[in-house]
Design a binder for this molecule. Structure first.
Ligand code: 9MR
Length: 448
């Protein structure tokens, strides 16, 4: 992911550096007295500690749903547009590109510091009408033009592109899927990869498909042979995406780890790109756990993306295949994935209130606010006095990287802030770099 450079980001970085310098003197003491670092409490936070990302498909029309966006911002550090970057969406008329909805998703992700998976540059499905009616070299050129224009437009913003999607047939043939693109010549896939590399040399280029999870299946073997061939001939491919849409008729195979490892051994990254598992309760949770463990067991499995946030957001909503229920509550499957990633959901930030001592005095109420994979904001509201002193205590390895609306000073450990009014009222806030410890800062208030 590229760094977004804005004046605000620079101020933020400087604040982090300053905080780090103040903290150096007390590191030895902090190490002796600090409680054991707590486990990450979000999917993205836990995945990052394993060197991976945890993403979700996002639909642009849900970005106005605050529950949806709240979960998205808190839990995920990678985003795939569910439909908005497909060919019909981006090039509805030939050579007329419409990026509005795709940009809403990409910009949201980038503003929140999340990666973006691009989905998808070349596919037999969801083609605009004008492309469906094309064939031969006209179609080949139109496809390559689409790849070049879109990958160029998003150059520098996309972590991984699904360059080609679903190009192999189901069943036992091991053949390419018949399509207008396939009929332009068997080399259409490598042509698409070369065009994508030329347009965005920094993006990882993936082949993405479904029903490629079971190592024994002909389709899996056929994709494997194509990747092997591409690697041997220098066709630019960096990754293979396993969509991983599972249900009772297509359960998680017990050789899933073997499949991922065998592809990785070809010298490509593997990514689980559209995970959903129909079911409920323990059985669903155990399958999610198995998929997560399979990815963690393969060094080149770089991330997992689930295909939606709440069950009600899913393309298979009736199968309740996702990690959050329709109300946005964490399901057993969520807890299984988080635990498999080494995280823990036992210490979510909560509101704490310090009552005024002996009736008089003041009260400081802490409320959790925005959160990102590496940091969170907290707000404190003071009542009972305008002449207050609030103490905010962090726990190691937390550090404050930004403050606002009050005057802050720190003790020598950098963990205890003494906060006084600065003339801007009785509410203030701060950003905590949590270093994996998302426990709630403690606040207390006294009258000066
Ligand atoms: O989830 C997508 C759904 O909203 C669309 O109607 C459908 C149309 O093809 O595509 C779904 O996403 C698919 C993805 O792009 C490719 N792999 C299979 C996914 C589920 O159908």
């Amino acid at each position: 992911m590229r760094t977004v450079s804005s004046p605000r980001a620079k101020v933020f970085r400087n604040a982090v550096v300053a905080g780090a310098v103040t903290a150096v003197a007390s590191t030895a003491v902090a190490l002796l007295t600090a409680p054991a670092a707590q486990a990450a409490t979000t999917l993205a936070g836990a995945a990052q500690e394993k060197g991976r990302y945890f993403g979700t498909a996002v639909a642009a029309n849900r970005l106005s749903d605050s529950t949806y966006v709240g979960i998205l911002n808190r839990e995920f550090d990678s985003v795939t547009a569910e439909n908005e970057m497909k060919i019909d969406a981006l090039e509805p008329n030939q050579n007329q590109f419409v990026y509005t909805n795709a940009d809403r998703i990409v910009n949201h992700a980038i503003n929140q510091g999340k990666k973006v998976r691009g989905h998808t540059l070349a596919w037999h499905s969801q083609q605009p009408g004008w492309m469906q009616n094309m064939s031969g070299s006209t179609l080949r050129n139109a496809m390559l033009n689409h790849v070049t224009r879109v990958a160029t437009y998003y150059r520098g913003k996309i972590h991984s592109w699904d360059v080609v999607n679903e190009a192999f047939a189901d069943g036992s043939s091991g053949a390419r899927r018949d399509s207008n693109l396939q009929r332009t010549g068997n080399d259409w896939i490598e042509a698409a990869f070369r065009a994508a590399r030329a347009a965005d040399p920094g993006a990882k280029l993936c082949y993405n498909d479904y029903n490629t999870d079971n190592w024994q299946h002909a389709k899996t073997q056929a994709v494997y042979r194509m990747v092997q061939d591409f690697k041997s001939r220098g066709v630019p491919i960096d990754c293979v995406g396993f969509q991983a849409h599972f249900n009772s008729g297509n359960p998680v195979p017990n050789n899933y780890h073997t499949t991922l490892q065998n592809f990785a051994d070809l010298g490509v990254d593997v990514q689980i790109t559209e995970l959903d598992i129909e079911g409920s309760g323990t059985s669903q949770a155990e399958q999610y756990r198995g998929v997560t463990q399979a990815c963690l067991a393969v060094a080149r499995c770089t991330g997992i993306t689930v295909w939606g946030i709440r069950d009600t957001d899913s393309w298979r909503a009736s199968g309740t295949p996702l990690l959050f229920d329709g109300g946005g509550n964490k399901k057993a499957a969520y807890h299984a994935v988080l635990a498999a990633l080494g995280g823990s959901s036992t210490n979510p930030p909560t509101t704490t209130t310090t009552p005024p001592p002996g009736g008089g005095g003041c009260t400081a109420t802490y409320s959790p606010a925005e959160s990102w994979p590496d940091r969170f904001n907290g707000r404190v509201a003071v009542t009972g006095s305008n002449n207050w002193i609030v103490t905010v205590t962090l726990s190691s390895p937390q550090r404050m990287s930004a403050t606002w609306s009050a005057q802050f000073s720190w003790d020598s450990s950098g963990m205890v802030a003494t906060v006084r009014p600065n003339g801007s009222g009785n509410n203030f806030g701060f950003t905590v770099m949590h270093g994996g410890n998302t426990s709630t800062p403690r606040v207390s208030c006294r009258v000066a």
